[in-house]
Design a protein around this ligand. Sequence first.
Ligand code: FA5
Length: 343
Amino acid sequence: MRSKSIIEELNFFQTETEKKLEEEKNLENLKKLYYEILGKQGKLTEILKKIKDLSIEEKKEVGTFANTLKETLTIKFKKKQEELENYIQLEKIQSEFYDITRPLNTKYGKIHPLSQIQYEVEDIFLNMGFQIMEGPEIELDEYNFGKLNFTEDHPARDMQDTFWTKEGFLLRTHTSSVQVRAMEKLKPPFKIIVPGRVFRYEETDASHENTFYQLEGMMIDKEVSIANLIYIMKTFLSTFFEKEVTVRLRPGYFPFVEPGFELDIQCLICKGKGCQVCKYSGWVEILPCGLIHPNVLEFGGINPNEWMGFAFGMGLSRLVMMRHSIEDIRHFLSGNLRFLEQF
Ligand code: FA5
């Protein structure tokens, strides 16, 4: 009978403990509860002290019951502990969770307007069968001047003020520096374009920078005429501007072409009326060109009696100004985001 009342007490104790376990939300408190209930000095031990007055039979009965109860409660404590640990882990993960689909507040970079137009111009020439070539920005005198028919004391050398390095190299003043490099590398016939950055040691104004972009073009074949050159230039301009633009061709002097021309377009910013970009002339110098001088072909290892060619050197920066009606070339390299964000 006495064993029965202890077993009842143990049953009640189990129900109470399970209730507390159910409600417990804190790992530290759970540990305390464990020692309170199942620890050496815990409640279970307290209840079991009462069996000392029982018969051996009753002690066995209560002992077996108490062992099972202890095992059951120990398992339940363990489960609860795991549950609370998982919950803590989950909370940690959730606090670290980063929603990659959330719209960012970041501003995205864009392709610079000069590069955008460069790629567009490249595509037009690629469609006409030209291939793209590159050359070094730090150049030897011979490629920038010497092999382009500028003699040592040639007055034309003064035409372009040049940045020189201490070692005697120069920053190329035009993409024509790649003309002879291309001749040395490629076998005629060929048609190439050379986009690139060029440098001149000169005062800046609305249409002049000391660092700007050009796009050289060159075609070498058995029969090349001024008519071919003009046709290519006109096709390029009407494709690029998607309309006929008014152009004028006038003689131009460059030692590496003979004859040489200046191809100007009517200023698209002021529609020929006159503005700071066209220096109030209504015309913008954009496409100097000519037939390649026989000396230059020879410098490039090409027989001028067998081959001939044309070349042009487009002012890419000015072309972009015409396309977007930009009134000052210095915006391009200013790093001004308000300017750049418009494109
Ligand atoms: C030359 O640079 C020649 N190499 C072009 C050439 C190539 C002629 C092949 C014949 C055959 P020029 O110095 O004019 O030429 O420059 C060419 C173009 O670059 C100009 O028409 C102009 O559009 C642009 N340009 C020249 N100087 C500047 C400058 N300081 N800032 C911006 N654009 C410039």
